[in-house]
Write a protein that binds this ligand. Structure first.
Ligand code: GTP
Ligand code: MG
Length: 197
C-alpha cells in the first residue's frame, strides 16, 4: 500500500469534536515519547504531519488523520508521563478511555513499546485491555535502530514474556528514523482495513 494524500482532520479534546463515524480507524497507543507520531509520519511519508518532540507529552489531544479517504490513523496522547500534574494526567486518561470505549469505527488498537525497555505497568494494563476488547494485540517495538539485530531479538523475547503474548509474530520491530519494517507495517494496516471494509 502506498499512501498518497494524508491529512489532519481534527485535533479533538472532547467526544463532540470527533469526526463522523463510518470510516475505519486504527489507533496508536503507548507511553509518551515512544514514537507514535513519528510512526505516523514515517508511514505516510511526511516529516511533520504529526507533530513530534524530544520531550514527552507532545500530543495532548486525539488527532485524527484521513488516509486517502480509506481509513484513519488516530494518534492518542501518551500515558505514563510523570512530569505533568495529576489532574492533567487524569484528563488525558479520561480522553483516551472515552475514545477507546465509545468509538464504533475503531477497528484496531496498536500498542507501541520502546524496544529497549521492559514494558511497564501502564503498558500491561493497556495491552490486556486491547486483548479483552478482541483486537489482535499487535505490538510495534519502536526505535529498533538503537539496538543491534541480536539485541532486538532478545528484547522482543522480553516483551513477549512480560505481556504474555502468544505469538512472537505479533511483535514488530520498527524504526521511524531508519524506516525499518515500514512496508511490513503498511501491509499489515492494509490487511486490517481490507478485513474491516
Ligand atoms: P507523545 O506525543 O508525547 O505521546 O510522544 P510520541 O509517542 O508521539 O513520540 P514522538 O513521535 O513525538 O517521538 C518522541 C521522540 O522519539 C522524538 O525525539 C523522535 O524523534 C524520537 N523517535 C521516534 N521514533 C524513533 C525511532 O524510530 N528511532 C529513533 N532513534 N528515535 C525515534
Ligand atoms: Mg505524539
Amino acid at each position: 500500500m502506498k499512501i498518497k494524500k494524508p491529512e489532519l482532520i481534527i485535533t479533538a479534546a472532547r467526544e463532540k469534536q470527533y469526526p463522523k463515524e463510518g470510516v475505519p480507524e486504527i489507533a496508536l497507543a503507548g507511553r509518551s515519547n515512544v514514537g507514535k507520531s513519528s510512526l505516523i509520519n514515517t508511514l505516510v511519508n511526511r516529516k511533520n504531519l504529526a507533530r513530534t518532540s524530544g520531550k514527552p507529552g507532545k500530543t495532548q489531544t486525539i488527532n485524527f488523520y484521513n488516509i486517502d479517504d480509506k481509513f484513519r490513523f488516530v494518534d492518542l496522547p501518551g500515558y505514563g508521563y510523570a512530569k505533568v500534574s495529576l489532574k492533567e494526567r487524569e484528563k488525558w486518561g479520561e480522553m483516551i478511555e472515552t475514545y477507546l470505549t465509545k468509538r464504533k469505527s475503531l477497528v484496531e488498537v496498536i500498542l507501541l513499546l520502546d524496544i529497549r525497555h521492559k514494558p511497564g505497568e501502564h503498558d500491561a494494563v493497556m495491552y490486556n485491555w486491547i486483548k479483552s476488547f478482541g483486537y489482535n494485540g499487535i505490538v510495534i517495538a519502536t526505535k529498533c535502530d538503537k539496538l543491534s539485530k541480536n539485541k532486538r531479538q532478545k528484547q522482543i523475547s522480553v516483551i513477549q514474556r512480560e505481556l504474555e503474548i502468544e505469538n512472537k509474530n505479533l511483535i514488530i520491530p520498527f524504526s521511524a528514523t531508519k524506516k525499518i519494517n515500514k512496508d511490513k507495517v503498511l501491509d499489515l494496516v492494509d490487511e486490517i482495513i481490507e478485513i474491516n471494509k
